[in-house]
Design a protein around this ligand. Structure first.
Ligand code: ZN
Ligand code: ZN
Length: 413
């Protein structure tokens, strides 16, 4: 028995004026989504807890069956894994921006004039030689990821993710000095190592010929690094071991690849899958169909629904939903013809008139050969609330799926 889990990011929404009081899911003509709802059991899901707006990272931990309040290790490690950095237990990883500071050290751009990947990669090269001397046994590893973004990993003994962000998302201020967030010597060591790295990086970047040349061309120099979101690998049992399954993940966005990898999914790379509305969704769906031959659980993530919600574009969200519905058709055909299971849901609600994550529940539908079919005919927030799954928590979903796969051990005798 096998299962597909599809998560459309930020899928949930609210009644929207532009759509005459309908949600984008209600307004969409989405035949395949309606087919899933009408052939299966439906419900709504509080991914973290009723009313709690989830981040995409904590939301996915919950959907994968892990209590994010117990095991959320910060965002940095997910980002690092998502861009292909191999992390070791104990590593502390940060997301970093290349930014621009003026002569007084005040941040004037958090993205260094949106420096190109090509130029940022050249700058990242020289940061690889930085040695940490003020804290014994600590090594700094810097990786460029995309455009103005990179990942910094501090590796060594007795480090902690309890250090404050340097990037406070503000311009017109000096970068924050990293501070320990608790009284542990580990946090102190980490903050000290980070301070040394940033000081050395700042000097190297300021004198780098590429930055001098950027200034001559009238461009902003990438002369500071702005780390944030310190994170470590979560201390959890991999999903493959908990349920005794082989699991594969298909996603475009780095964060989603990172969370999936951190909990034990194997990543399947799809060319052109980029976490935007221009993603190669067809390629992802084809990869998911192929993956079903070798894996028990296939996770498919689609980011576009969240992107258009943050852009406050409900009409585009309707279009994106209709596109997703069309593209999912061959995958649903495969699941139905093979007698597999499929669950589709969102990781949180991103109302397209608000443009930010909110704590409203998301719709959920599950099909499979022996799933109790309820009376719900459409896949949307309001219809699914009348379904037989009723209202569940995000951490319930994986056990529900694994129960269908016969993977949940008996409790008691
Ligand atoms: Zn999300
Ligand atoms: Zn979002």
């Amino acid at each position: 028995m096998k299962a597909v889990l599809i998560v459309c990011d930020g899928l949930g929404d609210r009644p929207t004026k532009t759509l005459k009081g309908l949600t984008p899911l209600q307004a969409a003509k989405a035949e395949t989504l309606s087919r899933i709802a009408s052939q299966g059991e439906c419900g709504i899901m509080d991914v973290i807890a009723p009313g709690q707006p989830p981040g995409s990272d904590t939301a996915h931990l919950a959907i994968f069956g892990y209590d994010p309040y117990a095991c959320y290790p910060g965002r940095g490690a997910f980002e690092a894994l998502g861009v292909g950095v191999e992390l070791q237990p104990g590593d502390v990883a940060f997301r970093c921006n290349f930014g621009t500071a003026n002569e007084d050290g005040v941040i004037i751009d958090r993205r260094a004039g949106r420096i190109s990947s090509e130029e940022a990669r050249q700058l990242a090269e020289v940061l690889k030689d930085i040695r940490i001397e003020s804290v014994s046994g600590v090594q700094a590893i810097f990786h460029h990821s995309s455009e103005h973004r990179g990942v910094l990993v501090l590796r060594g003994e007795r480090l902690s993710r309890c250090v404050s962000d340097v990037d406070t998302h503000k311009v017109g201020v000096k970068p924050a000095v990293p501070q320990p967030l608790d009284n542990s010597p580990e946090a102190e060591r980490t903050a000290k190592a980070l301070r040394e790295f940033l000081e050395k990086a700042g000097k190297i970047l300021a004198e780098h010929p590429l930055n001098r040349e950027r200034v001559k061309r009238g461009l902003l120099p990438a002369n500071i690094l702005l780390p944030r979101g310190a994170g470590t690998l979560p201390k959890i049992e991999p999903i493959t071991r908990i349920w005794g399954i082989k699991a594969a993940a298909i996603a475009g966005g780095g964060l989603y690849k990172g969370v999936a990898k951190a909990v034990g999914f194997e990543l399947i790379q799809v060319p052109g899958a980029n976490g935007t509305v221009n993603t190669n969704l067809r390629g992802k769906v084809e990869a998911a169909i192929r993956a079903l031959d070798g894996y028990d659980l296939v996770f498919l993530h689609v980011k576009a629904t969240d992107n258009v919600s943050h852009d406050k574009n409900p009409i585009k969200k309707v279009e994106v939903i209709e596109w997703i519905s069309r593209e999912l058709t061959p995958l649903v055909e495969k699941v139905v013809s093979e007698g597999y299971y499929l669950a589709i849901t969102g990781d949180h609600t991103t109302p397209s008139e608000v443009g930010e994550h909110r704590g409203d529940p998301v719709p959920l539908a599950i099909i499979g050969p022996d799933v109790r079919r309820d009376d719900v005919k459409r896949f949307d927030e309001i219809s699914c609330a009348r379904g037989s799954l009723c209202r569940i928590r995000g951490t319930d979903l994986m056990r529900i799926l694994m129960n269908y796969l016969g993977r949940v051990p008996l409790f008691g005798e």
